[in-house]
Ligand binder design. Structure first.
Ligand SMILES: *Cc1c(COP(=O)(O)O)cnc(C)c1O
Length: 245
């Protein structure tokens, strides 16, 4: 098999996993979207997946968004940012994405708002919560999540659609389940109290190794890289650690 047929058959397998898990969880078919996590993946390979019917991608680094943009710009795909976002990259990231899933601190919300006011536009965001309590991961502490959502709601250029988490990094998906459950509980409470607006029910959680568990716990977006594009050269800590971003 060549690389393109690999990607297409992997995509089929992942879509089937999503469909089976959605049905098993008693959820509405099609209620879970697949986001292609494309860090380190060359644009030509991403394009194969998009042409095979993928409509949503996520990048972790602004530099990669920029480098791959010319090959992907005109394709029918929604692009999200899923990595740690430094405030000095705001202007750049806004050129490429439809949604920033990694809004993790008030300062970032404030700076995004300032830039969006200047550009006269709005941006969809998810509030990223650190549900694993690991220091090496980004996201606001669960105790501060409501305050951050409140902050985001006070800024009228930011349209909050829900929440995102990475979850505990563990080989056993059962160990990750409490992370996913916590994110759902935070969302449900925020929806009930009106802190999140009606319909802002996105839960972006679950990756190659634990997407079934995430779907059982209510994920509406799963972010999958390895199971579609193969193993990456760099460990994820390279992407998830502040010093390297
Ligand atoms: C890399 C990455 C993923 C996908 O992880 P895989 O294990 O390769 O499926 C999902 N979310 C984020 C934020 C990532 O950085």
């Amino acid at each position: 098999m060549n690389e393109a047929t690999d990607i297409i058959s992997n995509l089929g397998i992942v879509k089937e996993r999503i469909a089976v898990a959605t049905e098993k969880a008693g959820r509405v078919p099609g209620s879970v979207r697949l986001l292609l996590a494309t860090k380190t993946v060359p644009a030509e390979r991403i394009r194969v997946a998009i042409e095979a019917g993928s409509a949503l991608t996520g990048e972790n680094k602004v530099q990669e968004l920029k480098e791959k943009d010319h090959l992907l710009r005109n394709l029918p795909v929604e692009r999200h940012f899923i990595g740690h976002l430094q405030t000095n990259k705001i202007k750049e990231v806004l050129k490429y994405v439809n949604c920033i899933q990694s809004l993790d601190r008030p300062e970032l919300a404030e700076k995004l708002h300032q830039r969006l006011v200047y550009e006269g536009r709005t941006m969809e965001v998810l509030v990223q919560v650190n549900t694993s309590f690991e220091q090496s991961k980004f996201g606001t502490h669960p105790d501060d999540a409501f305050r951050l959502i409140e902050k985001v709601r006070s800024l009228d250029t930011l349209q909050v659609k829900g929440l995102m988490t990475i979850g505990l990094f563990a080989a056993d998906p059962e160990k990750v389940r409490p992370s996913f459950r916590l994110l759902r509980e935070i969302r449900d409470q925020a929806l009930r109290s009106g802190l999140l607006p009606p319909g802002a029910d996105v839960l972006s959680m679950g990756m190659s190794g634990d997407l079934e568990t995430a779907i059982e716990e209510g994920a509406t977006i799963v972010r999958v890289g390895t199971s579609i594009f193969g193993k990456r050269q760099y460990p994820d800590s390279y992407y998830w650690n502040e010093r390297n971003n």
